[in-house]
Design a binder for this molecule. Structure first.
Ligand SMILES: Cc1cc2nc3c(=O)[nH]c(=O)nc-3n(C[C@H](O)[C@H](O)[C@H](O)COP(=O)(O)O)c2cc1C
Ligand code: SF4
Ligand code: SF4
Ligand code: FES
Length: 599
């Protein structure tokens, strides 16, 4: 690896690439060339640094200066000022919501200061396509340690002692899963990495695969050694082409370096990894459906038991772990179970990566110790509401999760506490909602997703979720009745109790949690035919305040259905029989004369 006085890490994660990272990098490299700085400045493209809403972004080391919202012009200025003259370019530093520009060093930014990075420790810091950079940060040291110094039983014991729980949703103890699989009888065993990541809004697994693929290979090899498997599969969705490309590169590099293949590091342990590409069905993330899909069959769940630990891929004992779970394994082996246990809470040790999305200032990925409160997560790290309106609720756990109202934001984020509130940790998706979000509509949105994604194998999920959606559509269009609310609850409990797999068993959660905390909103829709958040189109009207309207005609000109009439310089009117509630008129009215009302 060449040594350089200055290293520029430029984020090449999906969000930054979409925001124009490539042109920024080209401008940067051209300018570096122009001033003949190639020998002293190194530009490294990394995986997602987490602060996706600020991209394209880069960090200049050794100073650790964080530049955001970059353009090719910004890149040129940074070379001329920062690299040549040693002057920080203030206009591209991070600005606080107050406009204040304080922190220059990346670790002082509020977004990063409270984070503790274990699973994403290398993401955003190394070139994911260079195995030497991974090795330089202790990469493959844990694999060497287990092969040279530990028996498979000792590895399992260490993971058990660490208290690591599966990050794929259910929080099952990883060490116990490995032990059960090791003890299962079988000629061959397999280890599988679940990189299906289907929750809307979640992208932490993709970020690890794209930003630090070697950590997954190393962890799978450690797991293979522990349970007695010589073959691993990574099941990754086809929508993640960059992750697939980087995994393929990492696999061939690891083989070249003798970290995969026969007699790894001179031991008698052989281990190989193959990639299996999924077509993107949400249900294929469910472990038995995933196994069927790996075997080339239709991706549908089956009854458990037998569990994969007893009968998994090709009927052999199999461990299936999530990407983030695997990413925690090498540091646990190197630093020890006690180190890991000291982070987080007693029952939920370690950290969790969350994808912050929705009405929050700092959208992106954050890794925090378990036990952090929702308030700290959403306000101190997330920067609070992005709309200026009060945050009303946060939806955790994706379509299997629930909505937590702001009154409960002092709750620590751990598996048990979230479950008590009727939500779940899930894979770590967090969607923030403000006062403009209708909770009945939110429940409808998630249920629509599960209806689409139900594989149809069992009746309660296939038919029941459809019936629930029908009722929610009725309610949001003002045709719901009080009996419908009872029917929703009844259907929810039947579907939860009788569905075959986790998809159906958890599909009613968003409806149940919103009914629990926002029943008044449901009742307003049903009894008063009113949507308090002014969201449900069929329950709102657009009106023009004659006292404020100056008759500028701007609204009438944008209305796509000619629903607005009135003479120039005279108050206008909206015909709500014609209006399709597109909202264009509100946006163009400069006098604040148009508003929504319900009913
Ligand atoms: C419908 C459904 C979708 C799932 N999708 C995923 C997924 O995308 N990634 C994942 O790791 N686990 C997913 N799971 C959980 C897996 O079945 C399994 O519990 C997990 O991969 C085990 O790994 P862990 O113990 O490391 O969490 C899903 C479960 C269900 C019911
Ligand atoms: S619960 Fe839904 S997704 Fe799961 S097997 Fe039944 S129909 Fe398929
Ligand atoms: S909401 Fe859309 S359709 Fe309705 S009056 Fe305004 S511009 Fe026209
Ligand atoms: S993609 Fe660049 S910070 Fe997330």
């Amino acid at each position: 690896m060449p040594l350089a006085a200055t290293t520029i890490l430029i984020c090449a994660g999906g969000a930054c690439i979409s925001a124009g990272e490539e042109t920024v990098k080209q401008a940067l490299e051209k300018e570096i060339q122009k001033y003949a700085l190639n020998d002293v400045v190194r530009v490294v493209e990394t995986g997602c640094m987490g602060a996706c809403s600020l991209g394209p972004l880069m960090v200049i080391y050794p100073e650790g200066v964080f530049y955001q919202k970059l353009t090719p012009q910004a890149a040129r200025k940074i070379v001329e000022e920062h690299l040549l003259k040693g002057r920080i370019v203030k206009e591209y530093l991070y600005k606080m919501p107050t406009g204040e520009v304080i922190p220059e060093a990346v670790e002082k930014l509020p977004f990063f200061a409270k984070q503790v990075k274990i699973a994403t420790r290398n993401v955003g810091y190394i070139d994911p396509m260079n195995i030497e950079e991974y090795i330089a940060r202790d990469g493959y040291f844990a694999l060497g340690k287990v092969l040279k110094e530990m028996s498979p039983e000792q590895v399992i014991e260490e993971i058990k002692k660490s208290g690591l729980r599966g990050r794929g949703g259910a929080g099952f103890p990883t060490g116990l899963k490995w032990e059960l699989t090791r003890k299962s009888k079988g000629e061959r065993k397999y280890i599988v990495c679940n990189a299906d990541e289907g929750d809307p809004g979640a992208f932490m697994d993709r970020s690890v695969l794209e930003g630090d693929p070697h950590t997954i290979l190393e962890a799978m090899a450690i797991g293979g050694y522990a349970i007695g498997a010589n073959q691993g599969y990574i099941y990754v969705r086809a929508e993640y082409p960059l992750a697939i490309e980087r995994l393929n590169i990492a696999i061939s590099q690891a083989k070249e370096f003798g970290f995969l293949g026969e007699n790894i590091m001179g031991s008698n342990f052989n281990f190989d990894i193959e990639i299996r590409i999924g077509a993107g069905a949400f249900v294929c993330g469910e472990e038995t459906a995933l196994i069927a899909s790996i075997e080339g069959k239709r991706g549908q769940p089956r009854v458990k038991p037998p569990y994969p630990a007893q009968s998994g891929v090709w009927g052999c004992p199999t461990v299936i772990n999530n990407v983030e779970t695997f990413a925690c394994i090498p540091p646990i082996i190197i630093k020890g179970a006690d180190w890991f246990k000291n982070i987080g809470t007693e029952k939920s040790p370690g950290t969790k990566v969350f994808a912050l999305a929705g009405k929050i200032t700092n959208t992106g990925l954050v890794e925090v110790p378990m036990g952090i409160t929702l308030k700290e997560l959403l306000y101190e790290i997330g920067g609070g509401s992005s709309t200026g309106k009060k945050i009303k609720a946060v939806q955790t756990g994706g379509p299997s999760g629930g909505c937590i109202p702001s009154e409960y934001f002092d709750t620590p984020v751990d598996y048990e506490s979230l479950q008590k509130l009727g939500a779940i940790m899930g894979s770590g998706g967090m969607i923030v909602m403000d006062e403009d979000d209708c909770m009945v509509d939110v429940a409808r949105f998630f249920l629509e997703f599960t209806v689409d994604e139900s594989c149809g194998k069992c009746t309660p999920c296939r038919e029941g979720t459809r019936q629930m959606l029908k009722i929610l559509n009725k309610i949001t269009s003002g045709e719901g009745t009080e009996e419908d609310l009872e029917e929703l609850e009844h259907l929810a409990s039947v579907i939860k109790d009788t569905s075959l797999c986790g998809l159906g068993q958890t599909a009613p959660n968003p409806v149940l949690s919103t009914l629990r905390y926002y029943r008044k909103e449901y009742e307003a829709h049903v009894k008063e035919k009113r949507c308090p958040s002014l969201k449900c189109k069929q329950l709102i009207r657009y009106v023009i305040d004659a006292a404020k309207c100056v008759g500028c005609t701007a609204c009438a000109r944008v209305c796509p259905v000619n629903a607005i009439s009135g003479e120039v310089r005279k108050a206008h009117r909206i015909d709500n029989e014609i209006c399709i509630r597109c909202g264009s008129c509100i946006e163009v009215c400069r006098f604040g004369a148009i508003s929504k009302v319900s009913p």
